[in-house]
Design a binder for this molecule. Structure first.
Ligand SMILES: Nc1ncnc2c1ncn2[C@@H]1O[C@H](COP(=O)(O)OP(=O)(O)OP(=O)(O)O)[C@@H](O)[C@H]1O
Ligand SMILES: [Mg+2]
Length: 311
């Protein structure tokens, strides 16, 4: 028997509900039947090779590009018809943009933040306090610099700060960590997780760093040749392929390595046979990178790598 709440469609809880999205540039389809969903507070990583259609997908959902076909609901609104109030609920980091070069860092954040003041609520104060935000992205000491004088990584941190200044319900991050140093990257991961956990913000991010996707994302969506070829947690994806673990060990001081689908049985057997002569046992499970490469290769060979031209 269903309780009343269960009878409600889930679409109201969905922050992103994308169905059969298609995008055509001239005669060429670059997205075909893209379907996925995201719930409140979920962090989704959209992965895929260069040219797969990640930026195109994100820009359609941001309302910056018009889709050719399909249904899209973003925070309950069709992005092709989103108004100012809807846009104020989004945070956006574009893959690249160069603008506002003459503004100073603090000035620009304060200015952009002022647009969000009318959307402040008791629960969520808007905008985010500029000094707090500068500290969160480690730009305090650059607060009075002109933007055109920032380094690439500093500029990227400012992009992230701009996307967060309105405390968005939904955050689109297109390669947010491209150009960040390892420490800044790690700090960004902490910040993104905090935003998702504390503010219940939904995040859709793209990255070519698979460790980052594994660390940050609740769910991974892989796009290849304009189609979604995988959608699930990192564990679920790795279960889709018969991955092999790599086992390394030493036997009487000599090094050995072997790939095997069942590393536990292999190790048990190894010790049963050779006991104390075995040392430095190391087992490396198939990583997200191995899974990703296999799935993309499989997806591309199934669809010939490119989408067919349409008349
Ligand atoms: N304005 C445009 N006009 C025509 N083709 C375009 C346009 N923008 C993108 N494309 C094409 O659409 C395809 C998808 O591009 P998109 O930028 O979405 O890829 P991506 O997955 O973001 O790649 P990357 O990892 O390199 O950022 C590519 O083949 C690209 O050449
Ligand atoms: Mg892109």
């Amino acid at each position: 028997m269903c309780r009343e709440g269960e009878l409600m469609t889930t679409s109201e809880e969905l922050v992103l509900d994308i169905d059969g999205l298609r995008m055509r540039y001239g005669p060429k389809d670059v997205l075909q039947d893209v379907t996925f969903q995201a719930r409140h507070g979920e962090v989704l990583a959209l992965l895929g090779p260069n040219g797969a259609g990640k930026t195109t997908t994100i820009e359609i959902l941001e309302g910056f590009r018009m889709r050719s076909a399909g249904r899209a609901s973003v925070l309950g609104t069709d992005p092709a018809r989103g108004d100012e109030r809807w846009r104020a609920r989004l945070g956006i980091v574009l893959q690249s943009w160069r603008d506002h070069g003459k503004w100073r860092v603090r000035e620009l954040l304060a200015h952009l933040g002022s647009y969000y003041a009318p959307y402040s609520t008791k629960l969520v104060r808007r905008p985010w306090d500029v000094d707090e935000l500068l500290a969160a992205v480690d730009l305090t000491e650059h607060a009075n610099k002109e933007i055109k004088t920032l380094s690439g990584g500093q500029r990227r941190r400012l992009d992230v700060a701009i996307s967060l200044v309105g405390r968005p319900e939904l955050l689109f991050l297109d390669e947010p960590t491209a150009g960040l140093d390892p420490q800044a990257r790690r700090e960004f991961h902490g910040l993104a997780r905090r935003v998702a956990d504390d503010l219940d913000t939904t995040i859709l991010l793209t990255t070519h760093d698979l460790d980052e996707a594994e660390k940050l994302a609740d769910r991974i969506v892989i796009l290849a040749g304009g189609r979604i070829i995988a959608n699930g947690t990192s564990d679920e994806l790795s279960r889709q392929i018969a991955g092999e673990d790599e086992v390394r060990w030493t036997h009487d001081g000599q090094r050995f390595a072997r790939s095997t689908p069942d590393s536990t049985s292999f190790a048990r057997e190894l010790f049963a046979r050779h006991g104390d002569a075995i040392g430095e046992l190391e087992i490396r499970r198939a990583s997200l990178e191995d899974t990703y490469l296999t799935l993309v290769r499989r997806g591309e060979s199934r669809h010939g790598g490119e989408l067919e031209e349409v008349a």
